[in-house]
Design a protein around this ligand. Structure first.
Ligand code: SAM
Length: 270
C-alpha cells in the first residue's frame, strides 16, 4: 500500500458515489483495502475498486429505485396472493436484472424445482437480490422459515419492511457470503446466478462457500445469457465450473434448465 494513502479517506472517496454507498460497508472496505494494496496507486485503486463493486452488485439493480413508493403501492394491495399484488411484485422484480430474466418462467419454475426435493421447512436464499419476492410462486406455506441476505442495503430494508407486513416468517438480513459462517442447518439453501461472480473475485471462493454451508439440499444456478444478452458459450464454461466445484464430493446432483438459466440441485446422499 502506498505510504501516502489514508485508507479511511480513500474509503470515503469510494463511498461518495451513491452506487457504492448503498452497499454493505464491510464488503466495500475489504475490496477498497485489497485494491489499494494490489494497485499501489490511488487513482488505479479507485478505478479497480469501483469496477469490482459494479460487477458484484452495482450492475444488477439501479440506484434510483423509489422503494417507499413501491412499499406504499404494495401496502395498498393488502392481499398477498391477489392478482394485482402479484402483478406489482412482478413489476418490482423487473428492477433487478436477475429476477427480471426469470419472470417468464415464474408460473412453473418453482413447482418443477421443488418437486425434485422433499418439502423444505427452512430455506436460506443467499445473495438474494429481489428473489424473495418470488415466494408467492413457490409451493411453500406461510409457516415455512425463509431467510435471505444480500449486500444492497436499501433493497434489504425494503424487503424487510415488506415481509414484516406480508410474511413474518421471512427474515431479511445483510451479509457478505464470503465472510458468513451460518451455524444453522437448512433444508434448502438457494444460491442463484452468483457462483460466477464469486469465482471472478477469487477462484477458490465457490468451494470455500460450499464447505461452510450446512444444508440438506442446495439449488445453485448459473446464467446462460450475459447481461448484454448474448450467449457466449456460457453453458459449457459454467458446467465445467460446477463440475470442478463438486469434484471429489459425493453429492447426488439433479439438473433443471430454462432458456436463460441452468440449475443444479445438490443433495446429500444420506
Ligand atoms: C447475479 S445477482 C443474483 C440475485 C439473485 N440470487 C437472483 O438470482 O435473482 C447477484 C447478487 O449477489 C449479490 N452479492 C454480490 N456479492 C455478494 C456478497 N459477497 N455477499 C452477498 N451478496 C452478494 C448482489 O448484490 C446481487 O444481488
Amino acid at each position: 500500500m502506498p505510504e501516502s494513502v489514508d485508507i479511511a479517506a480513500f474509503l470515503e472517496e469510494v463511498l461518495q458515489s451513491a452506487k457504492y454507498n448503498r452497499l454493505s460497508r464491510g464488503l466495500v472496505s475489504k475490496i477498497a483495502a485489497e485494491e489499494l494494496n494490489n494497485q499501489g496507486n490511488k487513482v488505479k485503486a479507485l478505478k479497480s475498486t469501483r469496477t469490482r463493486l459494479h460487477r458484484l452488485a452495482g450492475a444488477f439493480i439501479p440506484t434510483n429505485i423509489n422503494y417507499a413508493q413501491w412499499l406504499d403501492k404494495l401496502q395498498d394491495q393488502p392481499s398477498f396472493r391477489a392478482p394485482e399484488h402479484l402483478e406489482s411484485l412482478k413489476q418490482v422484480m423487473r428492477l433487478h436484472a436477475s429476477t427480471s430474466e426469470r419472470l417468464p418462467y415464474l408460473e412453473f419454475i418453482y413447482k418443477d424445482l421443488f418437486s425434485l426435493i422433499p418439502s423444505p421447512q427452512s430455506i436460506l436464499d443467499l445473495a438474494c437480490g429481489l428473489h424473495p419476492l418470488a415466494i408467492p410462486w413457490m409451493p411453500i406455506t406461510a409457516d415455512i422459515e425463509y431467510q435471505a441476505c444480500d449486500i444492497v442495503l436499501p433493497m434489504l430494508n425494503f424487503l424487510s419492511t415488506y415481509f414484516e407486513t406480508f410474511r413474518p416468517q421471512t427474515h431479511i438480513f445483510e451479509c457478505d457470503i464470503l465472510e458468513t459462517q451460518p451455524n444453522q442447518t437448512f433444508d434448502l439453501i438457494i444460491l442463484l446466478k452468483t457462483m460466477p461472480l464469486l469465482a471472478q473475485m477469487d477462484k477458490t471462493a465457490p468451494e470455500k462457500l460450499l464447505n461452510t454451508l450446512n444444508f440438506r439440499h442446495m439449488i445453485v444456478s448459473y446464467p446462460l445469457k450475459s447481461l448484454g444478452r448474448q450467449n457466449k458459450g456460457m453453458e459449457k464454461t459454467y458446467r465445467a465450473q460446477f463440475e470442478a466445484l463438486l469434484e471429489n464430493k459425493s453429492f447426488k446432483v439433479q439438473e433443471y434448465a430454462v432458456a436463460n438459466e441452468l440449475f443444479f440441485i445438490i443433495s446429500h446422499n444420506d
